[in-house]
Design a protein around this ligand. Structure first.
Ligand SMILES: Cc1cc2nc3c(=O)[nH]c(=O)nc-3n(C[C@H](O)[C@H](O)[C@H](O)COP(=O)(O)O)c2cc1C
Length: 219
C-alpha cells in the first residue's frame, strides 16, 4: 500500500474524522433534499457576529429545495445585508413589521401560518429575553409570536459572549424558553469573536440544519 493509501485508511478509521464526515452530510444538498424538499422554513437572524453562519444555513436549505424565508432584526442588518439573504434564499427578506402589508393578510400571520419550522440563528441574549417575555416589537419576535409551537417547531441557536451566557438572566430565560416549548440548539464552546474562549459560540450550520430536520421529523 502506498503511503497516501495508508494515510487514507488511517483517516477513515479515525472516529474523529468519521464524526466530521457524518456532520458534513448535513451540508450536502443531495443528502438534505429528502428532509427539506418543499418544506417552508423561516430563518430569523438577529444581531450577533455569528449572523454569517446563517448565510450557510439559508444557502444549503435553498439548494435542498426548501422554501426559505428570512426575517431580520434591525441589529442583524449591521452584520449581513438583506440583499445577501435575498440572493441566497431567492425570496424577499423581512426587516420590518410594516413592509409588505396586505390588509386582508397581515404579513406576520401569513409567514407564521405557512412555515413548517423556524430557526432563530443566531439568537442573541436580547432576542431570547424578548421571546420569553412575549415582546413583539420587531419583525422576528412578531412572526415568532404567531407560530403555534404545538405543530411547528421553533429552534433557537443561541450565540453570545461567555460572560453574557453566564448571566443569571440568561439562565432564567433559557429555562423559561425550554419550558415554553422552544428547542435550543447549542451554544457550543470554544473561540469567540470577542477573543474569549468559553461557552456561547453559535452551533455550526450543519448542527443547526440537522436540528431542524430532527424537529421536522418529530412533528
Ligand atoms: C460587534 C457586535 C457583536 C455582537 N455580538 C453579539 C452576540 O454574538 N450575541 C449577543 O447576544 N449580542 C451581540 N451583540 C449585541 C446585540 O447586537 C445587541 O444586544 C442588539 O440589541 C441585539 O438586538 P436583536 O436581538 O434585536 O438583534 C453584539 C454587538 C456588537 C456591536
Amino acid at each position: 500500500m502506498s503511503q497516501s493509501n495508508n494515510q487514507n485508511a488511517a483517516r477513515s478509521s479515525d472516529p474523529l474524522n468519521a464524526d466530521q464526515s457524518s456532520a458534513a452530510r448535513w451540508l450536502d444538498p443531495v443528502f438534505l433534499r429528502p428532509h427539506f424538499e418543499g418544506k417552508s422554513i423561516l430563518v430569523a437572524v438577529t444581531g450577533g457576529i455569528a449572523a454569517y453562519k446563517a448565510c450557510t444555513i439559508v444557502s444549503r436549505l435553498a439548494q435542498a429545495d426548501a422554501q426559505v424565508t428570512v426575517a431580520m432584526t434591525p441589529s442583524a442588518t449591521n452584520f449581513v445585508t438583506p440583499t445577501t439573504f435575498q440572493a441566497l434564499s431567492g425570496n424577499p427578506v423581512y426587516t420590518s413589521s410594516w413592509d409588505h402589508i396586505e390588509s386582508s393578510d397581515p404579513q406576520h400571520i401569513a409567514l407564521a401560518d405557512r412555515c413548517d419550522a423556524a430557526i432563530v440563528a443566531p439568537c442573541t441574549m436580547n432576542t431570547l429575553a424578548n421571546i420569553v417575555q412575549g415582546r413583539t416589537d420587531d419583525v422576528v419576535s412578531l412572526i415568532l409570536s404567531a407560530i403555534n409551537r404545538k405543530n411547528t417547531p421553533v429552534l433557537l441557536a443561541l450565540a453570545m459572549n461567555d460572560t453574557m451566557w453566564n448571566q443569571p438572566s440568561t439562565g432564567r430565560n433559557v429555562a423559561q424558553a425550554q419550558d415554553d416549548g422552544f428547542t435550543l440548539v447549542g451554544p457550543g464552546e470554544g473561540w469567540q469573536a470577542c477573543r474569549h474562549s468559553g461557552t456561547g459560540r453559535m452551533s455550526e450550520p450543519e448542527s443547526c440544519i440537522r436540528a431542524i430536520a430532527e424537529a421536522l421529523g418529530a412533528c
